[in-house]
Structure formats: C-alpha cells, structure tokens
Design a binder for this molecule. Sequence first.
Ligand code: ADP
Length: 333
Amino acid sequence: MFNKKIGVLTSGGDAPGMNNAIAAIVKTCKYNNAGVVGVNYGYRGLLNGDIFDIDNMNTDDIINRGGTILGSARCLEFKDPENVKKAVEVAKQHGIGGMIVIGGDGSFRGARDLSLAGLPTIGIPATIDNDISCTEYTIGYDTALNTVIDCVDKINDTMRSHNRSAFVEVMGNKAGYLAVEVAIACGADAVLVAEQNFDIEKNIVDVIARKYEEKKHFIVIVAEGVEKVSGKSTKKIMNETVEMIDKKYGIQLDAKLTVLGHIQRGGKPTYKDRIAASRMGSDAVKLLINGIGNRVVALKHGKIVDYDILEGLEMKKSIEDELLMLSKIICEK
Ligand code: ADP
C-alpha cells in the first residue's frame, strides 16, 4: 500500500482535458486508499507550499470544464537545482511521496529533475499542439481541433458570401498538426507549417490563380510557428500574396486576416480528450503506487504505455507524410 500522498500539478500552457486527468487521479487515489493533494499554479505553487487536500472535492463538477482548476504558471526559477531541492523538501513536509505533472516538454524537464532529486514523478502529456514526441496524442488536441474547425467554417461562410479570402493563423509553434488537419477538414487552398519550406508564389499565388475560374473565395491556414522559421508574419504573407497575385495575374484579392489566438485553448473537452485524460491520469497513479517514478505516460497505437522521461524527451516525431500529401491534394486541387 502507498502510505504517502500523491500530489498533482498542472504546468505550462493549459489544455482542455487537464481537469479530467485531475479527476481521474483523485478517483484512482481514492480507489487505492491513497491520499491526494492538489498543488496550485504549477512548480511555483510547489515551491511556495500552495498545496491543498483535493480528495474531498467533488471532481464530477470539473470534468466538463476547460482550463485547469489547479491553475498553471511558468516558473523559471524551477530550472535552478537549488529550487528543485527546495521543492522536494516542501513536498516531503506535506506528506507527498509522489508527484504527477500534467503539461508539456518543459514541464517534463522539471518532472525529471524532481524524480532525480528524490521525489518520484510522472508526466502526463497535455498541450493543444500535439507536439510531444513520445506520444501519438496529447490531451487537449482534439478539443482545439474541433474549435478551430468550427471557427474556420464560420470564417469561410462569410468569405464565400463576399468573394473574400481569409488568412487564418492557428496555434502550433514547433508542430503544424493543427494547421494541417484543419486545412484538410475545412478544405483550405493553402497550408503553411514551420516544418516545411514554402514559396508564396508557388504554394499560394499560383494555386489561387489556377482555381480562380471555379471560385472567388479562398482560405489559407498558417501555423504560428511559420514566422519563427521564415521571418514573415501571417500578415506579411497575406500582403505579399495580394501584391504578387495582382502583379502576376491581375487578380485583386480582397484578403482578411484572422489570428485565432487563445480561443483555441478553451472550451469543454471533447469525448476524446475526456477519455484520453482519464486513462492517462489513472495510469500515472498506478505507476506511483507500484513504486515507479521518472516516467511519462503516453499513447501508442491507442494503448497506454510509459517511458523514462529523458528517453521520452529525446524521441522525435513529425507529421505523417500521408497527412502532408493529403493536405497537398486537398489544397491544390
Ligand atoms: P510546457 O510544459 O507546456 O512545455 P514550458 O516550457 O513553459 O511549458 O515549461 C513549463 C514550466 O516547466 C516552466 O515554467 C518551468 O517551471 C518548468 N521547466 C521548463 N523547462 C525546465 C527545465 N529545463 N528544467 C526544469 N524545469 C523546467
């Protein structure tokens, strides 16, 4: 029997489904007669001892809510090993014998540091970008995808009515999963992601000109990470497109920019996020109860697996070629 408490915190960017993971952790602890405490505001809360008994909370009321009831924070001091040691001491003072950290890659580095400093810690992948390499799925991605699809469909309705063209910037810094899947799902005319070089003339201007006989409204999806690698903001890409298509083809595009921003992060978690988060949360507790720490829980071929945190952090994944090819077919034809 696990005779210490299990602590849970959320860290980094929030994602819908984090609350489902918290609820599953609380219930799995209760099922196994283990105490459970919540830590507010990520690693900052752990350092400050902002810790409370969560096992008497009615977690059924949180599972249909986006965000995280524990709050999230970025705590740069946590990169200092002295502060990691301090956090382990604080945890011990609160009777915590194992931690669960729900977050992204950065949060997992902190989780690994905690484990190595003597507090067994498990990471649960949660980010709407789906950019954690060791898992085929991250909590929050499906909800964000559905939100973005809904927004782009709505933007498309008005573009269609006025013969306008929309340039829509979606989240996704290192990884363009959201952009590519939304482009396919919404029938975009071009999609730009940080992972692939692009040429405005070939990938946007010539495609629009080719389709111009059939339709007069267009949609271009741009992942936010594109600016970092190309040095061009979505607005600049839009302006260059408008200029170039006029010069080369004499087409005057009426183009509008929409940056979706934080709307993509919020909202009720979908079925997929509720189930994935519940499975991962429950599995994290089982690992700690079995005396196992320094692992990250993941999904592989739909099954729950776990990896050493460092091993997980060193894995690489990229958008499947088949998806990229499909987005090319959908956009260009
Ligand atoms: P995410 O977890 O979503 O990738 P961040 O990269 O912002 O988000 O990391 C979240 C938090 O994890 C940071 O604010 C910090 O407290 C902790 N963290 C990030 N990188 C490290 C690191 N190298 N060592 C220890 N803790 C880290």
